[in-house]
Write a protein of this length. Structure first.
Length: 179
């Protein structure tokens, strides 16, 4: 069995409706995934399953999510060892420790080219720093991400399918994997 991390792009189902984490864990169990667990109510799921291509697991989760909750949501999956490497490769460790909410990563389904960061720099109007590491986009927003033009410019149309997570979430999932 292999441990996996699944990141849901959104847990908002519509006006006033959110995914209940117990329902998400039950959905994973119906797929035959073992020991599903979630990190608070953040749309992050860790489970064990036989080794399979990530695209197959993502597809199965997305189909089950649509059937269970009535809405399509993009889901990004990583193997546990890949998640641990992602966390270890944080290029903004000092900023992360100073304020874990200011450093985010856009975890991508398909890896970004390193030069993608150059095309986003014009949106860094508040001193944001960004770098592509391992195909994912790391950003030190230098403050609240919601106040940055960069967040709005980081769309699936421009970058591809991905989802943002802040350092608190990255290290929380890392801790869950470390057991």
């Amino acid at each position: 069995m292999t441990s996996y991390v699944a990141l849901l792009h959104s847990i908002i189902l519509g006006e006033g409706r959110r995914v209940v984490m117990a329902d998400l864990r039950q959905m994973a169990e119906r797929l035959g995934y073992r020991f599903p667990r979630t990190l608070v109510a953040t749309g992050n799921l860790i489970f064990e399953a036989p080794e399979r291509p990530l695209a197959e697991i993502e597809s199965a989760l997305e189909k089950a999510f649509l059937e269970t909750f009535g809405r399509h949501v993009d889901i990004i999956v990583r193997r546990a060892d890949d998640w641990l490497k992602l966390a270890a490769d944080n290029p903004f460790v000092a900023a992360s420790e100073e304020d874990p909410a200011r450093v985010h990563i856009r975890v991508m389904r398909s890896p970004l080219r390193p030069d993608v960061a150059d095309g986003l720099r014009s949106y860094c109007t508040r001193g944001e720093r960004l770098v592509v590491v391992g195909g994912d986009l790391w950003v030190d927003f230098g403050g609240k991400a919601s106040e940055s033009k960069l967040l709005g410019a980081s769309t699936p149309k421009r970058l591809g399918i991905g989802t943002w997570r802040n350092w608190n979430t990255v290290r929380g999932l890392r801790a869950m994997l470390d057991g």
